[in-house]
Write a protein that binds this ligand. Structure first.
Ligand SMILES: Nc1ncnc2c1ncn2[C@@H]1O[C@H](COP(=O)(O)OP(=O)(O)OP(=O)(O)O)[C@@H](O)[C@H]1O
Ligand SMILES: [Mg+2]
Length: 254
């Protein structure tokens, strides 16, 4: 379980806050989606959880323990991270990219290789075809799969995923969303997933936390947000999506 308690973050000495008084709980085996527009503080929130960004105030507990009371390497090992820009190492093979964390943990070559091949298979990349390629020899969707394999490498309890499918075409995105659901069912992870796409949030999230300008507008299931929007912002978000979806009806035009 991840517990975010009254957390704030500013980068510029109190002038402006990227995250303000944020409180959220992520239950075991839950997928919590952080949903909001560009600049609302989604990435910052993820980075606060694994200490890539230091807190300004408040507390974050992982497994009931304050993250600043935990050994950093242990904490990071328990939390897989999929970066917004993927961030594969261009000079390393796909296999070595997937095995970065096991290497940091000091696993020997044979064990690393076995684990990386297993993970590539899991994310739908046949190791005999892809293991020796460089990232530039992969499509965007395939690179994203390697990013997910890398995050899963040490079998972390938690996964933080920062807009992992943001740059993909609709069909590939749909396919990877389906695979993430399958992976989660197989491995049983607790996931914080960032997106700015309401439909992606609805498909993947057990609950959705709507953020706006660093603040939490509302957190709840799709039905709770749809039927009982707590703020005008949440209401408009769903109204907007309803108008978009209506464009799919025959004879309806913008
Ligand atoms: N290292 C930093 N130094 C200064 N300001 C920062 C830093 N990182 C983020 N910010 C600011 O904090 C705010 C939130 O940024 P953040 O990256 O969390 O947004 P986001 O919701 O992930 O946006 P996007 O959807 O565009 O990725 C922005 O105003 C951003 O400019
Ligand atoms: Mg971001």
């Amino acid at each position: 379980m991840i517990s975010i308690r009254d957390v704030s973050k500013n980068f510029d000495g109190n002038r402006s806050y990227a995250v303000t008084n944020l409180s959220l709980e992520v239950a075991k085996n839950e997928t919590l989606v952080l949903l909001g527009a560009s600049g609302c503080g989604k990435t910052t929130t993820l980075k606060l959880i694994n200490r890539l960004v230091p807190l300004t105030s408040g507390r974050i507990l992982v497994d009931g323990r304050d993250i600043y009371q935990q050994d950093l390497l242990e904490l990071r090992r328990s939390i897989g991270y999929v970066f917004q820009d993927i961030g594969l190492f261009p000079h390393m093979s796909v296999l070595d990219n997937a095995a970065v964390v096991p290497r940091l943990l000091g696993w020997n070559r044979a064990r690393r290789s076995t684990r990386a091949q297993q993970l590539l298979q899991l994310v739908g990349l046949n190791p005999s075809q892809y293991a020796n390629r460089r990232p530039r020899e992969l499509s965007g969707g395939q690179q994203q799969r390697v990013g997910i394999a890398r995050a899963l490498a040490s079998d972390p309890k938690y996964l933080l995923m920062d807009e992992p499918f943001g740059a993909l075409d609709a069909v590939t995105r749909d396919q990877l969303q389906g695979e993430l659901i399958r992976i989660k069912q197989t491995l049983g992870k607790t996931i914080v997933f960032v997106t700015h796409d309401l439909f992606e949030a609805i498909r993947l999230g057990d609950r959705i936390a709507v953020m706006n300008q660093g603040k939490l507008e509302q957190v709840g299931t799709k039905d709770e947000l749809l039927n009982h929007p707590a703020t005008p912002f949440v209401k408009e978000l769903f109204n907007h999506a309803t108008r978009q979806a209506a464009l799919l009806q025959p004879g309806v035009s913008a």
